[in-house]
Design a protein around this ligand. Sequence first.
Ligand code: 1CP
Length: 341
Amino acid sequence: MRDIFLRACRGERTAPVPVWFMRQAGRYLPEYQEIRGKADFLTMCKTPELAAQVTLQPVDLLGVDAAILFSDILIPLEAMGAGLSFVEGKGPVLDPPVRSDEDFKRLHPIEPEKDVPFVLETIKILRRQLADRVPLIGFAGAPFTMATYLVEGGTTKSFVNIKKMLFSNPALFRKVMDLITDVTISYLSAQIDAGAQAIQLFDTWAGVLTRHDFRDAALIYARRIFNALRPKGVPMIYFVYDGGHLLDLTALSGADVIGLDWRTDVETALKSLGPDTVVQGNLDPCLLFLSEDRLRERISEIILQGLQAKAHIFNLGHGVLPEIPPEKVKLAIDIIHELSA
Ligand code: 1CP
């Protein structure tokens, strides 16, 4: 198996540097659009053959060093009793939102084998189809990010409902977070048992918290998940989007790898994280619009800064945008491999 991704996760410096991209399977790929044209997004997630097929597209087409399970962080919320839909042009909707003790009563723990069998089946198919070509990454949303979707009822710009619950009804906030944390532990545990060879915890919205509140309302729960999964022995990545002000705290999460968004360059991030950290990141996804020469310069800058870390996994600072030409994504991956070889 091409194992540079797993070796880098474990702190080994590799040549070339491994690369995979968040949202590497998705709307920018015509091959994805073709399947998506016949099935809606949730149907794709819940049909193991389709989910496996789109997971493999970037492995076959782009030459990435890891596959990431095609699914969504919101899938376990539906299994917990929340109403989930993806509305065209609007994004995910969780209806009705969870804002009271009464609402909380609708939620329940999950049994992954019974409630999300399609995710585990997708992982099993993928391990067979990947046949040890590259490792498979499983994932989940981190509790604060999941609670944000549940309480806001979808995506938000103000975060007023989740922060209102945190500050005016901390007892309910804790109940929601404890339940999501337990669900996430059993969900990721089942993914690992089914064959996921590394896992990433996405804390997309925790960056809206002050350092004080991040520690109390997000980090302790993420930490609980990493501690519980540690005995499983697979590498674990923690990605906090827009978390530049939180980096020294994320270093206390218990994850093996810290994912960086594009705002903080690797060199600056390492000052907060310490040089003994494995980092993943962090090309601004929009830099893929640059000309080839300019793109090469910017990639080179990140690879050089990555040499200051214990080990480096190349990634974007957030997901691939649907507007990016697929040839450019492939070009970036080739340049990363070439410059770090
Ligand atoms: O219309 C479509 O075809 C669906 C678009 C889409 C895709 C391709 C959604 C809806 N989710 C996904 C896949 C997805 N989502 C993956 C697959 C693996 C990969 O290739 O990376 C992963 C890991 C996610 C994770 C995810 N979903 C996150 C965390 C990562 C991040 O971007 O910060 C979040 C916040 C979501 C919620 C979500 N699902 C879909 C959308 C458009 C969103 C974001 C909505 C918002 O801004 O609130």
